[in-house]
Design a protein around this ligand. Structure first.
Ligand code: CTP
Ligand code: MG
Length: 228
């Protein structure tokens, strides 16, 4: 089943502390952004890529698309101040499609089988997001550092992207969020607010987001293990 993907790529990578957009950093000689783009370039089910970029980085990214022969990009609209604005800016330029995936450009290790499960799930239920079960014992801690309770781990998931939706549902959720000035940390939150059920699809612990320096070490280890 076909889909289009929105990749927010207009962040600044403050927590990475590299003094540049972290997506331009290389893992085994190839920029993180290119690793992510290649997953979708190589997925026959993906019919279009929308990339939110900083205006001053657009030229550099367009050159990268040419150099690495990424041909599925349909638009590179301006990103916004927050990730949610960057996603919305892509959605506003898209034509109606059945299924939209939103995926952090900073998660280069997503696989085609997880994407396919998400797309199927969103087709049937409207909204499905990737996540993994919490591995550690989880505690709720007060502001002054005292444990309040041990939370039942069975019901706790750490969520990731991709997040997959029927086009009209996520479009409505984003329009409403913008209108009322609600800012979520992921797209699912915008859907939850409107009372839509969001399903979780069990993903992989390898689908890490390149956020801080040590993630680059994990990232290169994953690539080596996969033989790329
Ligand atoms: N992103 C975006 N527009 C923003 C902020 C983030 O398109 N205004 C993108 C990032 O480029 C990244 C994804 O959203 O691909 C996930 O965000 P995050 O990991 O937080 O990246 P940064 O915001 O770049 O990093 P930091 O929060 O450390 O500054
Ligand atoms: Mg950020």
């Amino acid at each position: 089943m076909q889909y289009e993907v929105v990749l927010p790529a207009a962040g600044s990578g403050k927590r990475m502390g590299a003094g540049q957009n972290k997506l331009f950093l290389k893992l085994l000689e190839k920029p993180i952004l290119v690793h992510t783009l290649e997953v979708f370039q190589q997925d026959p089910a993906c019919t279009g890529i929308w990339l939110a970029v900083k205006p001053e980085e657009r030229g550099f990214i367009q050159k990268m698309l040419e150099d690495y022969r990424i041909t599925k990009v349909k638009g590179l609209p301006d990103g916004g101040a927050e990730r949610q604005h960057s996603v919305h800016s892509c959605m506003k330029e898209m034509q109606q499609v059945d299924i939209v995936l939103v995926h952090d450009a900073a998660r280069p290790f997503i696989t085609h089988d997880i994407i396919a499960k998400l797309v199927q799930n969103a087709h049937h239920h409207g909204a499905a997001i990737a996540g993994v079960r919490a591995k550690d014992t989880m505690k709720k801690v007060s502001m002054n550092g005292i444990i309040e309770e041990t939370v039942d781990r069975e019901s706790l998931w750490m969520v990731q992207t991709p997040q997959a939706f029927r086009f009209e549902l996520i479009m409505e959720a984003e329009d409403v969020a913008e209108k009322v000035g609600f800012l979520g940390t992921d797209e699912a939150m915008l859907m939850e607010r409107l009372g839509h059920q969001v399903h979780i699809v069990e993903s992989s612990y390898e689908n890490v987001k390149m956020t801080t320096q040590e993630d680059l070490v994990f990232g290169e280890a994953i690539l080596r293990k996969r033989g790329s």
